[in-house]
Design a protein around this ligand. Structure first.
Ligand code: GLU
Length: 137
């Protein structure tokens, strides 16, 4: 079962999200990710494995002091356990929308084919990514 978290406030979002995802580890997960918004730009950080792997990615990337973001621990249901399949997902325009999803989308293949027909390009094998593309329109 995944964990989902969002934050907006005064503190550095990356730190709050990491703190908030840690107590959700007991639910089980195989990968994790965070996306923060900084001056209109979406910055994503994702890793396979434990939150420690995500911490390592964040240590290397040295994210900004953005104060709004979302986080996710994934229990894969659709698509392998890879960085590409880790949430959050953005649409084609990587700076318009970012989403995380808990659960499954039964008709995702139908939606994906429809969206691909409209020109959307997908980066993952997951059911979840269709939500980002549906929202960006
Ligand atoms: N179905 C989604 C996926 O496989 C979300 C799974 C979850 O709830 O963590 O990416």
């Amino acid at each position: 079962m995944c964990g989902i978290l969002g934050y907006t406030g005064e503190r550095r979002a990356v730190e709050v999200l990491l703190e908030g995802l840690a107590p959700l580890e007991y639910r089980g997960y195989d990968s994790s990710g965070i996306c923060v918004i900084d001056e209109g730009r979406l910055d994503r950080y994702r890793a396979v494995g434990s939150l420690d792997q995500l911490r390592t990615v964040l240590d290397v990337a040295e994210p900004s002091g953005a104060t709004t973001g979302i986080g996710h621990t994934r229990w894969a249901t659709h698509g392998g356990v890879t960085v590409e399949n880790a949430h959050p997902f953005t649409g084609c325009d990587g700076d318009q929308v970012a989403i995380v999803l808990n659960g499954v989308i039964d008709n995702y293949l139908e939606l994906r084919r429809e969206l691909e027909g409209l020109g959307h390009r997908f980066e993952s094998e997951t059911d979840a990514e269709v939500v980002a593309h549906l929202i960006e329109g």
